[in-house]
Design a protein around this ligand. Structure first.
Ligand code: R5P
Length: 294
């Protein structure tokens, strides 16, 4: 039987796209809050004997995780054959080490929590740095959809003579793939993070690419400080305004405004996090990635 996509609130568009791309069906989960703040969750589509994919993009994960886990538990109780999670953005991947004594390594704790509640996981470009693969922390089968091909196609169609720029060594994994498919050069800069809103960027000599149009690409735009610092460095070197591309546009606080003020020509993201910038649709690629679970 067709995969039944159950969107958590706010994920209806992605669920519909995934269903259309896989021949699946879309069902309904109701979520509301009791007067005391506790969550009420109801799987409103029959789940018995179904293969289910709960769809939830896990930005702002603290408020979303508990209702999502209740939905997964309910689906299992109701007799679902398998209950997977499609999380176009997977939160809690960045605290992957203990930098100060006593810190919680939340990437591991969060993975344990989700691994107990779901049978499989699909996501788009999780933030893999010290953790090299999701299977190091998730004990359930997982698949990763790369956003680079769709981003590269957007760059090729939208920017002439692009130079893809990754803000730090971690970003070379995305920047190199995007540049290769878009048929343009790429460079990665050096980043030192001193705090949540304090990053230092070191640029190599970029004079060889002075006639190129800069396209800054990163996996996550959160506070925007990383990209803002790169925009300022490139402007100081005389480059024309850069196009900014993020896989996941979280835009915490005033991030969007600061990128505009710092001179971004355009800010574009994929639709792993829906919003005004999410012009690059990765649902087709994500649907292909979940084929093993259909
Ligand atoms: C970090 O390593 C990521 O790849 C991003 O560079 C980072 O999450 C961006 O954060 P922010 O927008 O807060 O500078």
């Amino acid at each position: 039987m067709a995969l039944l996509f159950l969107p958590m609130p706010g994920n209806e568009d992605m669920a519909a796209r995934l269903a259309a791309n896989t021949g699946g069906e879309v069902g309904r989960i109701e979520v509301r809050h009791f007067p005391d703040g506790e969550s009420y969750v109801r799987v409103a589509t029959p789940a018995e004997d179904r293969n289910i994919a709960i769809v939830e993009s896990l930005f702002n994960p603290d408020t979303k995780t508990l209702p999502m886990i209740f939905a997964a538990c309910a689906a299992r109780d109701l007799g679902a054959r398998r209950t997977g999670l499609v999380a176009p953005y997977l939160g809690y991947m960045r605290q992957d080490a203990r930098f100060k004594p006593g810190e919680a390594i939340t990437s591991t704790s969060y993975a344990n929590l989700l691994s107990h509640s779901f049978d499989w996981l699909a996501t788009v470009d999780p933030h893999l740095h010290r953790i090299k693969s999701l299977s190091e922390v998730y004990s359930i089968p997982s698949v990763v959809c790369p956003a680079a091909p769709d981003i590269a196609d957007w760059v090729r169609a939208s920017v002439n003579d692009a130079l893809v720029i990754g803000p730090d060594s971690e970003s070379s994994q995305w920047a190199s793939q995007i540049a290769e498919r878009a048929g343009c050069p790429f460079v990665t800069l050096g980043k030192t993070r001193h705090g949540d809103r304090d990053v230092e960027i070191v640029c190599p000599d970029l004079s060889a690419w002075a006639n190129r149009t800069p396209v800054i690409t990163d996996d996550i735009i959160s506070t925007g400080h990383t990209i803002e610092t790169v925009l300022k460095k490139l402007a100081a070197k005389g480059f024309p305004p850069a196009t900014v591309i993020g896989v996941h546009g979280l835009f915490a606080g005033d991030a969007a405004d600061r990128l505009r003020v710092a001179g971004a020509r355009a800010v574009v993201t994929t639709n792993t996090v829906p919003g005004p910038t999410s012009a690059i649709d990765i649902s087709g690629a994500l649907a292909r990635t979940i084929a093993p679970f259909l």
